[in-house]
Design a binder for this molecule. Structure first.
Ligand code: NAD
Ligand code: IPM
Ligand code: MN
Length: 352
């Protein structure tokens, strides 16, 4: 039997809640489809930081490098500034393992009420391809003259030809395999260097995909149109920061942050990919046992698809669809119910 070596990084806040409670479900899927998981659990995160002064060991990435895949819960803690925790754990993995495709599907499932009037099951179904290693998240800049009247902070964005071409090409490829429509989201009216460069690359790569129609939107208009006409989107491609913002909108219009999955994908063989819910550590509900585990479960389905266990991936995805289309099934409060994390997972196990 095939054994997958999976690194688990539960992290902070509800991260451990949405991962640990769901592990028996993932084990069930492996049993049903005849493969095995070999889990390595890392206690990295903010508790670890408070004890050791770093979010993970110095050779942390090297420890993860041989894994078949990585699953991360969430990072972020009210007691330590976010730039410290995120730059200490989540972002170094995305960048260090060159996980340049951040794939975030947004689907309005049957049984979920969108906050958008008149939208029903299947009316919203798009995927965001977010650049995940450079752009506005490049750690370039500095802060000078702290506290003085002439204090400055510079935060530069980095767009390389290689980095831009590869995410744009991945998005075109996805569009070619879906409905054949790609929306490139930029801000080329204000950002005349990076975003015009991005537009040029979209133009170039589009020649390789004559069957894909290309639409260009400025990020402000795109934010509006995701609310106004979300049914018209198929694949969106955007820079790191814009993709981040668009995917929170995508999560909300398809029901809840608690439903949105994500993959940080390194398409080659060199490094492992990492899967995680789009949401964060949700300090406002931590410890209450009510975190929605479905974003995690769907992310696990993406992980299984990525390692080549497509039937198992489909089974998990279908179990979630079956559950939320069943009005009598348990739901967490973010979806209007009063069930806890565990009840949702137990119900899913019975549906596999
Ligand atoms: P958040 O996603 O943690 O929470 C936003 C809102 O959504 C909250 O009201 C929360 O209760 C709700 N929510 C999120 N996930 C939910 C779930 N599974 N079930 C039910 N409700 C859910 O975003 P935030 O409040 O802006 O950030 C909190 C912390 O998480 C910060 O430290 C932030 O930096 C960090 N963060 C981490 C990640 C990550 O690890 N990938 C992502 C986003 C934010
Ligand atoms: C996300 C998060 C992260 C991001 C933060 C926590 C650094 O918001 O995964 O969407 O901006 O990528
Ligand atoms: Mn985000």
């Amino acid at each position: 039997t095939t054994t997958y070596d999976i690194e688990l990084i539960p992290g902070d806040g509800i991260g451990p809640e949405v991962l640990d409670v769901a592990l028996p479900l993932f084990q069930d899927v492996a049993d049903d489809y005849g493969f095995e998981f070999d889990f390595t659990r890392r206690d990295w995160g903010t508790e670890y930081y408070l004890e050791h002064g770093e979010m993970m060991p110095e050779d942390g990435l090297a420890e993860l490098a041989d894994a078949d895949s990585i699953f991360l819960g969430a990072v972020g803690h009210p007691e330590v500034p976010d730039h410290v925790t995120l730059h200490g754990l989540l972002l170094p993995i995305r960048k260090g393992f060159d996980q340049y495709v951040c794939k975030r599907p947004n689907v309005l499932f049957e049984g979920i009420e969108s906050p958008l009037k008149g939208y029903g099951a299947g009316d919203i179904d798009f995927v965001v391809y977010r650049e995940n290693t450079e752009g506005e998240y490049a750690d370039i800049g500095g802060r000078e003259h702290r506290g003085l009247g002439h204090e400055t902070a510079v935060q530069s964005a980095l767009f390389t030809r290689q980095g831009t071409e590869r995410i744009v090409r991945a998005a075109f490829q996805a569009a070619a395999e879906r409905e054949g429509h790609l929306t490139s989201v930029t801000k080329s009216n204000a950002q005349a260097h990076s975003m015009v460069f991005w537009d040029d690359i979209v133009e170039e790569v589009s020649e390789e995909y004559p069957g894909v129609t290309v639409e260009r939107l400025l990020v402000d208009a795109a934010s509006m149109d995701l609310i106004r006409r979300p049914h018209e989107f198929d694949v969106l491609v955007a820079s790191n920061l814009f993709g981040d913002v668009l995917t929170d909108i995508g999560a909300q219009i398809t029901g809840s942050m608690g439903l949105a999955p994500s993959g940080n994908i390194h398409p080659g063989e060199e490094y492992p990919s990492m899967f995680e819910p789009v949401h964060g550590s949700a300090p406002d509900i931590v410890g209450e046992g009510v975190a929605n585990p479905l974003a995690s479960v769907l992310s696990w389905s993406m992980l299984l698809e990525d390692v080549g266990e497509e039937a198992a991936a489909d089974a998990l995805w279908s179990a979630v669809i079956g559950q939320i289309s069943d009005q009598s099934a348990p739901r967490t409060p973010d979806l209007g119910g009063d069930a806890g994390t565990e009840a949702v997972v137990e119900d899913l196990r019975s549906r596999l």
